[in-house]
Design a protein around this ligand. Sequence first.
Ligand code: HGA
Length: 616
Amino acid sequence: MCGIVGAIAERNITPVLVEGLKRLEYRGYDSAGVALLTEQGALDRRRRVGKVSELQAALQAEPLAGRLGIAHTRWATHGAPSERNAHPHFSGQELAVVHNGIIENHEELRERLKGLGYVFTSDTDTETIVHLLEHKLQQLGDLSAALKAAIPELHGAYGLAVISARQPDRLLAARSGSPLVIGLGLGENFLASDQLALRQVTDRFMYLEEGDIAEIRRDGVQVWDAAGNPVQREAVQYHEGAEAADKGEYRHFMLKEIHEQPKVVQRTLEGRLGSDHVLVQAFGPQAAELFAKVKNVQIVACGTSYHAGMVARYWLEELAGIPCQVEVASEFRYRKVVVQPDTLFVSVSQSGETADTLAALRNAKEQAPGQGGYLASLVICNVGTSSLVRESDLCLLTQAGPEIGVASTKAFTTQLVGLMLLTLALGQVHGSLDKALAAELVDELRRLPTRLGEALAMDKTVEKIAELFAEKHHSLFLGRGAQYPVAMEGALKLKEISYIHAEAYPAGELKHGPLALVDADMPVVTVAPNNELLEKLKSNLQEVRARGGELIVFADQQAGMSNGEGTHVVAMPHIHDLLAPILYTVPLQLLSYYVAVLKGTDVDQPRNLAKSVTVE
Ligand code: HGA
């Protein structure tokens, strides 16, 4: 969500910090700030509400230079988005902190620290950290010792970066529940909540693990693990180009990412398909042995990833014959769950840092297999270095590349591909999947990038359809079977970026309530592949037309549906019914994109939302 950047060098690092913030801005952006140790040996800061460009303007008006500094983009959890609540937070003029996450015992700490004479100037939980650290620093005289002493008193999740005017030769970092990475340079070192922020300055990274504390100096890095023991964390060379942080010819990242889908789906399939089967080892060396024991699947995810999980439930039960449950992580993590024997726990997350999903995984791992716990855990994730990947037994990495638009697009379709691979792998291992069908689906998967390209070619048609929504405030999305979650995802996209109220229903539920809403002001969007539910769906659509509702139908070219009064049919390329959810997602993404463009909303950074939800 929010972003951290830090640097210690022999040069002025203000431009590095600001560029880093810009690269992280897509994750959370209600305010931004930077603090530096100036040449005079004092801490100084600039903070602004709004985007990083506001902070840049402030720095232009009132420049700030230094060789040690920290910076932050904030997505508020405690205290309104305001300048006084923006990070970095100070204790006196000598200590500064930026923080991602939540300090759960902040009220108790605040009372205690007030009692010790500290004066609070913000409403954030973060400010308790900086005063607590100052208190420890007074007692211990050394910043690393102070941080180590303060950590056990902080309950909750944090990624922290700390600088002190008293010890200008070091930048400190601590990680618990919120990711941090150290960027290694020559005679200079950096820190960030995501390596994306630092690729402009280095391609060598050191990932901090849960509970780590790091002291970063110009000429070296010292790390201590959760038990306080000095440890070596491996330095990893990053290879892929930084091309993803650039919109290229596209007007928005979202449109670029929608158009990247054929390529990234292709990449997600690479190395994972045999001639007529899925390579089970793609899930890890122990996958085949573990999959053979799986009798149930529990999928846990949030938002768009949850919709991917819902599609997978149809696939897993139909193709692999394995009972599957799907639940949103924020609910799952707080209820008592009865675990069926031999259940595989599957999490789905773009970033691999989604706080609720990560907490659900950690809860799931509390009970041992065979003693009321899960058989094993598997994650479908886009970030190989993420916490969910590191903490799961098995993983399948999607190859979507960095997704910058807050509204997820290519991450979703690659997750669906990953979940289809999982379904086929489980079906193969269990022998429950018909071999001819498996071979057919593998073939269809190979053709999927081409089909996606054909769906993208309908761009202009969908742009025209979007005009129907320009004046509308509500809309309904309908689907049946595995297209119901696709309708849910379509509705989510529309609300996220165009702020039009959109609801999704299984088409058969229409007459049980939502039909009452239908009139000429409520467009009804439907996804209609050519399957055995088509005739039933057509009847549902008649019900809408009879109430004067305007219909937008994305239908298989062989479905025998055509334009008529109040009915706009968009012919889709023909595809195997089981893969239709992946293909039919594309026009719905395009629809929400063009509606948002028409409405003039901030497509890539919609209001109130943030990418990679690393807080609860
Ligand atoms: N709790 C802190 C940091 C919020 C955060 O990590 N957001 O993603 C605050 O509210 O400032």
